[in-house]
Structure formats: C-alpha cells, structure tokens
Design a protein around this ligand. Sequence first.
Ligand code: NAI
Length: 328
Amino acid sequence: TRTPVNVTVTGAAGQIGYALLFRIASGQLLGADVPVRLRLLEIPQGLKAAEGTAMELDDCAFPLLRGIDITDDPNIAFDGANVALLVGARPRTKGMERGDLLEANGGIFKPQGKAINDHAADDIKVLVVGNPANTNALIAQAAAPDVPAERFTAMTRLDHNRALSQLAAKTGVPVSEIKRLTIWGNHSATQYPDVFHAEIAGKNAAEVIDDQSWLADTFIPTVAKRGAAIIEARGASSAASAANAAIDHIHTWVNGTAEGDWTSMGIPSDGSYGVAEGLISSFPVTCKDGKYEIVQGLDINEFSRTRIDASVKELEEEREAVRGLGLI
Ligand code: NAI
C-alpha cells in the first residue's frame, strides 16, 4: 500500500478549514487512490474547535484518511509535510493600516516559513490562502532559503474560477467550454482577469464577447470585487468556494493541466512579462508531473499591459513594505 501523503492545514478551525478538510480526507485533493495524513495547525484558542472537527472527520470513516494530528507548534505541524495549505492569517480589523496588517501576518508567515524550511519533506508544495496571500507567500518563501522558491505559491484560483463563471453566464456556454483564461498580478482588487487569450467553445473570447465596455466596466470589477459581494450577501467571507479553489490549485499542480488549457497561480516571478523577479504574482501556467511553467509568448495588448503593471506595482509596494519591516 502507498505511504500516506502528509497534508498540513493551518487555520484548521476556521471557516475555510471546515470546508476544506473533509474534501482533502475524501481524496479530492490528491486523488481517490492516495492515502493522506492530516496535520492541523491552530493557535491555542483554536485547538479545541480543531479537535471537534477532527472528531467529525473520524466520524466520516474516510477510507483514505490515515491519521490526524492537531498542534499549535509549527515545527510539529510541518514535520514531514508534503503539501502545506497556509490558510490561517490575521484578518484586517477596523482602523488597521496596511503596514499593521503586513506586520501581523509577518509574525505568522515568517515562523511558518522557517518551520517548513527546517522540517518539511523534500517535495513540499506550499499554497498560501491567507491574505494578503501573495505577500504572505513571499514572507514564508524568504524564510525558507533551503526550499526551492518555486514551491511557494499563492492562491488566485478562486479569482480564476469566478472569472470562468462570469464568462459562462455572459455567453451561455458551459464553464467546461472556456479555456486559457488568466488572472494576472495580486489577489486583491487590482488583479487583472485577462480574456484576450481565452477561448470560448474554441473561439477567441474577446471576439465572442465583442463588448469592450462590458469587459472593462462589468466583468473585471465583478471578478475583482466578488469577495466583497459575497460578504455583503452572506454576512461572512467566501469559504466553500475558497476551499474549492485551494483543492483545484493543488490538484492541478500535482496532476497537471489539460492539454490545450492553462490555469492561474501566484508564483515567484522569473521576470516573465515584465513582472519584477521574485515577486509572487499570478501568471498563466501549465502543470505537468508536479511542476508548473509560465505560458510564454503571449501578446500583451495596451489594455492588458496597463492593468498588469498596476497590480504588479501594488505587489512591489507590498514587498517594499515588508522589506522595511525586516520581514524578508
Ligand atoms: P477564519 O477567521 O474563519 O479562520 C482563520 C483561522 O486561522 C482561525 O481559526 C484562527 O484561529 C487561525 N489562525 C490564526 N492565526 C494562526 C496561526 N498563526 N497559525 C494557525 N492558525 C491560525 O478565516 P477564513 O474565512 O477561514 O479565511 C482564512 C484566510 O483566507 C483569511 O486570511 C482570508 O482573507 C483568506 N481568503 C483568501 C482567499 C483567496 O482567494 N486567496 C479567499 C478567501 C479567503
């Protein structure tokens, strides 16, 4: 029988954690033939709730679930981790400045990056979900010099999926007929969902839509502000859809993108498309054999260039801020 894959989830007692753990344990993260061992990391106040969730996981009698450890010590949580989902983060509270937010999260992601560096398995893959996801991923990555930088990624798959769904609704085609969509930049309101290389039922998406003002004034802001709209409607932030996107992100990274398609991932830039090297920015990527590659050679028109640059500029400012705080 296969050795179980160690999957560490931080913020396990939170709302995304609750939507995520059962799907991991049921085999949806890695595949229906891959046994998993869960490691749940929480802060001390979250441990009891995490234990309750673990009781429910037990009660599902998932055939693939080979054990659950619960801890508030990152060194234990990441010991031998093959996949790490960094979900727990410090939310922005009223009156909090961006610098305060980055500093509070630095206090979480820097030690977690170090624990990953010191204890994770050689094949560790990290996905940062907790916001500000791209810069939190950068902080963790900088604290893990012995781990290849490309193993640290940030989640823009929820934005990608939101964009797919908006395009499907606009054009009346199933989501499965939409390919090669890209989210560029930061997982924030400056993100840029790009349809110029996308295909809808085999035709160029921008041509099918043929409505530049809908793209600029409806589509892009709807995708970028969807998180706020969910909070407004639900009275709580996106949880099941965020968990679903985290599953998709890791599943695609491990199992690959479909032929002729790509996905969006926040990854350390190699300088492609004018994105400053080292920033963790969202790109179009293909995945194969557990590795990803940036899709090269796309023509970036003026409309896209302006928007990509604006989002990347925001990432550069966040990097400067965490540098100033000594977090990287
Ligand atoms: P939540 O507040 O329900 O849960 C967060 C959990 O993290 C809490 O149980 C808390 O105790 C725990 N936690 C805090 N600090 C921790 C630490 N140092 N170590 C371990 N656990 C810690 O929040 P929710 O709704 O589950 O969201 C989690 C994060 O995901 C938030 O930062 C949110 O903004 C972000 N998010 C990101 C999305 C994306 O697309 N990248 C989409 C939706 C949410």
